[in-house]
Design a protein around this ligand. Structure first.
Ligand code: HEC
Length: 108
């Protein structure tokens, strides 16, 4: 095998491991209370203005785009970037963990 093949196989293996990470592993160090507070401060008002109530209907709608814990982190990251909140990765994980515990309940 040449170096490129070894590199590509390593890359594929790593990605496979990462995409199989369980929600428990992903959110092992998450601070749920911090995630809840950040979410209340930055995220609810806009969702509530388009979805009514406390805005949480956006997370429980039938056609959710989010299908895994990892996908949830990605979605939170995209919102963070789009909104220019400059959150750290830790903040994204805390908010995703809070949303998972409260609404999505993904195990994977
Ligand atoms: C300016 C308005 C606005 C703000 C602020 C906002 N969102 Fe959203 N969010 C939306 C809209 C609109 C959608 C639906 C997008 C779509 O359907 O493609 C969405 C969708 C989502 C979803 C996917 C819901 C699902 O299951 O399909 C998540 C998760 C989410 N937002 C998280 C956040 C987080 C976390 C924050 C705070 C950092 C945030 N949003 C702030 C407007 C906003």
């Amino acid at each position: 095998m040449n170096k490129l093949t070894v590199f590509l196989l390593g890359f594929i293996a790593l990605n496979t491991i990462a995409s199989n990470a369980s929600a428990n592993e992903l959110f092992a160090k998450a601070d749920l209370a911090a995630g809840k507070a950040l979410h209340e401060k930055n995220c609810i008002a806009c969702h509530a203005s388009s979805y009514g109530g406390d805005g949480s209907a956006i997370y429980t709608r039938d056609f959710t785009k989010v299908t895994s814990a990892k996908g949830l982190v990605t979605q939170v990251r995209n919102c963070n970037t789009n909104l220019g909140l400059k959150w750290f990765e830790e903040d994204e994980l805390n908010v995703a963990a809070h949303l998972n515990q409260t609404y999505y309940k993904f195990e994977k």
